[in-house]
Design a protein around this ligand. Structure first.
Ligand code: MN9
Length: 288
């Protein structure tokens, strides 16, 4: 389960309907061109939190059908509707997903006992493994080292997707939990995270920039830091231009520039102006 995982994009039509053929093309591009080690399905990048339960299941189904066993698959099933999360956990497990992940419950200020109950309820309802999805800047949920330790007491909770810039906490976690899987969640900080000894990374920009990410990760593991730094610099020039132009929309336009029918983002996420579509195409040609 180590390596570079793409936080998979989903192709939506103008009216927000899932475009199955487009989704299959995005998957193929990730496996055949970006050569990533796995896919993280229905995360933030898949626009998961704007989907109905049925739509989330449809995405899980299409992805598994296209991938079969070619790469590892992680299903993000988290929801503050705990019944939905458990239902999705069962669904993805039955489909054969290699592991589950769940975002920390958000919006209400759930206390730690509630968070712990949430994770144990989900993972104890299925025969599968759980990767905590920690993304404090979007959820507002910050967990301490001791709280992670308490969650990790459940052996079915095997790791964390760490989308934060707190490298002190990351280092403490690596030291304290040598056998748990830690995935870096910020693509622009892959190299420093890799130096600290992560097991892999999960990110949105790997939909288009997976090859560079794999190089950074492998070079860091071999101690070739100078070379890795050069590739991270180019990667971050790319990422900063993508973010400036509109993160998910621009990645989709880059995919379209590569001949992949990546569609549009779901409302309320906005469309790119024609000018920004042109900028996205320029970014695609300049870096990829
Ligand atoms: O899950 C992604 N997070 C979000 C990881 O999209 C919220 C990252 O891959 C970022 O998109 C990326 C750009 O900041 O690092």
């Amino acid at each position: 389960m180590d390596g570079i995982f793409t936080a998979l994009m989903v192709s939506y039509d103008q009216d927000g309907t899932i475009n199955e053929q487009g989704l299959r093309e995005i998957i193929r591009y990730n496996i055949d061109v970006c050569k990533v080690d796995g896919l993280y399905v229905n995360g933030s990048t898949g626009e998961n939190f704007m989907l109905s339960t049925e739509e989330k299941k449809e995405v899980f189904r299409i992805v598994k059908d296209e991938v079969k066993d070619q790469v590892k698959l992680i299903a993000q099933v988290g929801s503050i509707n705990l019944n939905e999360a458990i239902d999705l956990a069962k669904y993805a497990t039955d489909l054969g997903y290699d592991a589950l992940s769940a975002v920390t419950p958000f919006y209400y200020k759930f206390d730690f006992e509630e968070i712990k109950h949430y994770y144990n309820s989900i993972i104890n309802s299925v025969d599968n493994k759980m990767i905590i999805y920690s993304i404090p800047f979007l959820t507002g949920v910050n967990m301490s080292l001791d709280q992670f330790a308490e969650l990790f007491e459940n052996e079915k909770i095997i790791g964390v997707k760490f989308t934060a810039g707190d490298f002190y906490l990351l280092e403490r976690m690596r030291k304290k939990f040598p056998s748990k899987l830690i995935y870096a969640g910020f693509d622009e900080m892959l190299l420093p995270a890799a130096v600290l000894g992560i097991d892999g990374a999960i990110g949105s920009t790997y939909n288009v920039n997976g090859q560079r990410a794999k190089q950074i990760y492998e070079l860091a593991k071999q101690g070739e830091i100078e070379q890795a730094k050069e590739i991270q610099h180019v990667t971050n020039d790319l990422i900063s231009e993508i973010i400036e132009n509109g993160l998910y929309q621009t990645i989709k336009e880059i995919l379209k520039d590569k001949g992949v029918n990546a569609g549009f983002c779901r409302q309320p996420m906005k469309r790119l102006s024609e000018e920004k579509v042109a900028i996205a195409k320029d970014i695609s040609k300049k870096y990829l």
